[in-house]
Design a protein around this ligand. Structure first.
Ligand code: M6R
Length: 613
């Protein structure tokens, strides 16, 4: 979850490190810190708060130095405060370290180190690592890299670390297990970071470290990658394709709003080169090699978390409707700790925007051990999940910076629709005229999303109405049930209003007890097979004085007459409603959060990339 960045070279390190922290602040934002090599000391500045607080804290200080590391934290062990902030350092200020991950055996190590006389300042798990390195280096008379390697081999848990020391004044020592770490090459300089976003301004040449690998980065020396077991391993240099403009707000007040408004383009990007109405073709290059196995699959198991899980629920309907292969959708965090029955002819699909979610990665590992074929649907190119799967498709939505996922969701659903259509055709499960109708309609979806966005001000009015309630219920059925879950997640995560998504018909089995004049109920009642049933559910809410905000298909008057507020979405096939219906719900959550004065892009307690379980 934390963001780490390091620099060594001829330039001043501080501006590069601070810019890198800003680019990665969505990974964690409760405290931040920087360490710079200055003469025969490592100088550390760190404080509670955001990167801008660190910048204020550093004003007027000597920030010179060509070697440095910096960190933005999402607290796990120890509350967010100045002392628990990273970097952590030895008492003589000779070595400093930043860490992303969790050291599970920190208590045992801490006890032993305390016994050996080391004093601990913080409550973090990370501080054990700096003292352990110090201890090994001193007692075994080793160089720093070797001491880091031996210390890491004692760690149970996950880490991405960068270490600097006065004894190696040009060198960054980097290592990873579980948490991501990317090395960037410049001319006589090296960069290292959790995320390509921190590097892309300076270099496009990168190496992604694999699990349990480390490297010593000294300008002028070639890169040698070793395992923690001390074996030299090959590495491949990759080219970053990220666009810097995508990392800026581009005139919008928040990243989230920008990302919502990008959706007509990002959905098109997800379809680019994969859908051709003229040629009547849908194909996904990334899965071609595995198509036979997919068509023979006994079952699809989808593993994901949060919003990506909701995209998986949409896929359950799509795949079963179109391909007629059974689908199970699982929270990755539950799946990994069950003892699931997995066959070697199962296909496991992992969905993840960041491609770094720890639970999803662990679920993949479990499925791999059981012999299943694993596909990934990721947004971040080169991410750990993308590299851990047999095959897959990128969503191509571009960097998503707002913590609340928006464009990533609609792109995931788009790719899943393409996958379902492509496999249904290959399996002979879809009639030609239906296939053509669906791909023609799919091509119109970006324009329909644009139409919804052009009417965003209407949603602002509904936000005014919602903003003072304490609870909101979201109802939907069939393809619209995942939309209800996703709408509720968006509202709760950024506005802190309690919201729940429910299958509309389940309401009478419990939640109906909550309904009175203080309960707004957002009902997705678009044209589909269960429309009439949902209308009955609306009557049940109205009878109990609940307030109805409905999402209906254009031209609907029946539900309009029953509703306090109505949002119309363009007519479409029910398979595509999750894309269209989720857009006004994203806008609603956004406007409510803004009206309540919340930090939309960095909601409390959350982080964009959840690399701890
Ligand atoms: O990067 P991933 O898609 O794997 O992330 C999964 C969830 O952490 C993520 O979707 C989260 O629920 C979002 N904040 C929701 O807006």
């Amino acid at each position: 979850m934390c963001g780490i960045v390091g620099y060594t070279g001829n330039r001043e390190a501080f501006p590069i490190l601070i810019k890198g922290l800003h680019r990665m602040e969505y990974r964690g934002y409760d405290s931040a810190g920087v360490a710079l090599l200055q003469g025969d000391e490592v100088t550390v500045h760190k404080c509670r708060g955001k990167v801008s607080d660190l910048e204020d804290f550093c004003k007027g200080k000597d920030l010179s130095g060509h070697l440095g590391i910096a960190h933005t934290r999402w607290a796990t062990h120890g509350e967010p405060n100045d002392i628990n902030a990273h970097p952590h350092f030895t008492s003589d200020h000779k070595i400093a370290l930043i860490h992303n991950g969790i050291i599970e055996n920190h208590l045992v190590l801490r006890k032993a180190l305390e016994k050996a006389g080391y004093l601990f300042n913080s409550q973090t798990d990370t501080e054990v690592l700096i003292h352990l390195i110090e201890d090994i280096k001193k007692n075994e008379c080793l160089d720093l890299a070797e001491a880091v390697r031996l210390a890491l081999s004692q760690i149970i848990g996950t880490y991405a670390v960068i270490v600097i020391s006065v004894d190696n004044p040009n060198t960054l020592i980097v290592a990873r297990k579980g948490s991501p770490l990317i090395i960037g090459f410049g001319k006589d300089e090296y960069f290292a970071a959790s995320d390509a976003a921190a590097l892309v301004e300076y270099t496009r040449k990168v190496v992604y470290l694999n699990n349990e690998e480390m490297a010593v980065l000294t300008p002028g020396n070639d890169l040698i990658v070793k395992t923690i077991k001390n074996e030299i391993v090959p590495h491949s240099i990759q080219k970053l394709r990220m666009n810097i403009n995508e990392l800026e707000k581009g005139g919008f007040e928040h990243f989230m709003l920008k990302e919502i408004f990008e959706q007509p383009r990002t959905i098109r990007e997800s379809m680019r080169g994969r859908l051709s109405v003229e040629r009547e073709v849908v194909s996904l290059g990334g899965i071609v090699e595995y198509e036979e196995r997919l068509l023979q699959a006994r079952r699809f198991i989808i593993v994901a978390c949060g919003t990506s899980y909701h995209a998986g629920l949409v896929a359950e309907h799509l795949f079963e409707d179109l391909i007629r292969i059974p689908v199970e959708v699982e929270y990755a965090s539950e799946f990994r700790y069950r003892n699931p029955v997995i066959y070697d002819d199962d296909v496991v699909i992992a969905i993840s925007q960041s491609g770094e979610t720890a639970d999803t990665l662990a679920a993949i590992e479990l499925a791999r051990q059981k012999g299943a074929t694993i596909l990934g649907i990721c947004n971040v190119v080169g991410s750990s999940i993308a590299r851990a799967t047999h095959a897959g498709s990128y969503t191509h939505a571009g960097p998503e910076v707002g913590v609340a996922s928006t464009k990533a969701f609609t792109s995931q659903v788009t790719v899943l629709i393409l996958m379902a259509l492509c496999l249904a055709k290959r399996k002979g499960k879809i009639a030609k005229n239906k296939y053509i109708r669906l791909i023609e309609e799919l091509e119109t979806i970006p324009d329909k999303v644009q139409k919804l966005l052009d009417n965003a001000s209407a949603i602002e009015k509904i936000a005014q109405y919602i903003k003072d309630f304490n609870n909101v219920l979201y109802l939907g059925r069939n393809y619209n049930f995942p939309v209800a879950l996703e709408g509720a997640l968006k509202l709760k995560e950024i506005s802190y209003i309690h919201a729940e998504g429910y299958p509309a018909a389940e309401m009478k089995h419990g939640p109906i007890a909550l309904i009175d004049e203080n309960m707004p109920v957002i009902v997705i009642a678009t044209n589909n097979a269960t429309y009439e049933k949902v209308v009955s559910n609306i009557h049940e809410v109205k009878t109990r004085k609940g307030k109805i905000i409905s999402i209906v298909s254009e031209g609907n008057s029946e539900v309009r007459n029953l509703s306090d507020y109505v949002i119309e979405i363009p007519q479409t096939h029910e398979m595509f409603t999750p894309i269209l219906a989720s857009v006004p719900l994203q806008l609603l959550a956004y406007y409510v959060a803004v009206l309540r004065g919340k930090n939309v892009d960095q909601p409390r307690n959350l982080a964009k990339s959840v690399t701890v379980e």
